[in-house]
Design a protein around this ligand. Structure first.
Ligand SMILES: [Zn+2]
Ligand SMILES: [Zn+2]
Length: 330
């Protein structure tokens, strides 16, 4: 049972959580900085059961969304508007399920509650709201906003995981001319069409880059959103982007990729990366509660909190389980 450590903390009774690709990375040893025995999970929903003395925005009984980033609001990076890089309690704002215990548990301590938690609009279900913790805001902030998706753009999204599919949904908010999703799982390609992709391309087939190019009116994309994190997919992104284009990388790369700087400068290309600040979460929650964002089809499997290990197994074997996003509830 967690207890308050600082006056800015709250204790939350967890109502819902989910498993992120980054959680899988941790179990695979990609993040050796995570102390052994840490409770994982950085996307949650809960009810506040205890508040520290300095907590002003929230009260006991409030239903809140817990995002991956928690931030103090006062350090140099927070003051500059970069809460993802909060230095209040470590190197950055990703503490939950990383350097402190996370939310895949009955209860969790959330630091810097006032500056980090978001009230969930009444009537929005846990299954919808949980998607606004990480997948929707990552796709929006690091993909759509960083990639400057604009009116009339051709947008190619590489990756059919929950983030790539969320990029289809959130790119649509910027009124692009066309959205093309590249992926490998048939069931997810179908979901992409349902969520608003104009075309889908199976990248398991040879020649997928050419196949995408043929679907682009100008022979290439204005924006490519990379949502996989592999050498081949980032190289594909650079091969597909037009002059003045933007490659917005969201995928978490776990091995080095060579940057084609020799072709980037002459095409005036921009490459962006980044870590989620979560500042768009209230907007996304609002759009969800108005029905302007419909993302619930991303959730394919449901588990009870005590069955979280099975949720990991299901999520990590997506090809056979046909899982996109797993929901963990009480
Ligand atoms: Zn995550
Ligand atoms: Zn800070």
């Amino acid at each position: 049972m967690p207890t308050l450590s600082n006056p800015e903390d709250v204790i939350v009774q967890i109502e819902a959580a989910t498993v992120c690709g980054t959680d899988l990375h941790i179990t695979q040893g990609v993040h050796p900085e995570v102390p052994l025995g840490t409770i994982l999970g950085h996307e949650g929903i809960g009810t506040i059961i205890e508040t520290g003395a300095n907590v002003k925005k929230f009260r006991i009984g409030d239903r809140v969304l817990i995002p991956p980033t928690t931030s103090c609001g006062t350090c140099e990076n927070c003051a500059k508007g970069y809460p993802a890089h909060c230095s209040g309690s470590g190197e950055n704002g990703w503490l939950l399920g990383h350097t402190i215990d996370g939310v895949q548990a009955e209860y969790a301590r959330i630091p810097y509650a006032d500056n980090s938690l978001y009230a969930i609009p009444e009537g929005l279900s846990n299954e919808d709201a949980i998607l606004a913790a990480d997948v929707l805001p990552s796709a929006f902030e690091i993909g759509v906003v960083n990639g400057r998706v604009s009116d009339g753009d051709t947008v190619v999204i590489i990756g059919d995981g929950p983030i790539g599919l969320s990029a289809v949904i959130t790119a649509r908010l910027k009124n692009p001319a066309s959205v093309i999703l590249v992926g490998i799982e048939d069931f997810r390609l179908e979901t992409a069409i349902m969520l608003g992709a104009d075309h889908v391309v199976d990248s398991a087939r040879p020649g997928w880059v050419e196949a995408v190019r043929k679907l682009c009116p100008k022979g290439g994309a204005d924006v490519v959103i990379e949502a996989v994190g592999k050498k081949e997919t980032l190289e594909g992104a650079f091969a597909l982007v037009n002059t003045f284009g933007r490659v917005a990388n969201i995928g978490v790369h776990t091995s080095p990729v060579s940057l084609p700087i020799e072709s980037m400068w002459i095409k005036n290309l921009t490459l962006t990366t980044g870590m989620l600040s979560c500042r768009c979460v209230p907007t996304l929650l609002d759009l969800q509660s108005k029905g302007e964002i419909r993302a619930s089809s991303l959730i394919t499997h449901r588990f009870k909190l005590f069955d979280t290990v099975r949720a990991y197994e299901t999520f990590s074997s997506a090809s056979t389980s046909k899982a996109t996003k797993v929901f963990i509830g009480r």
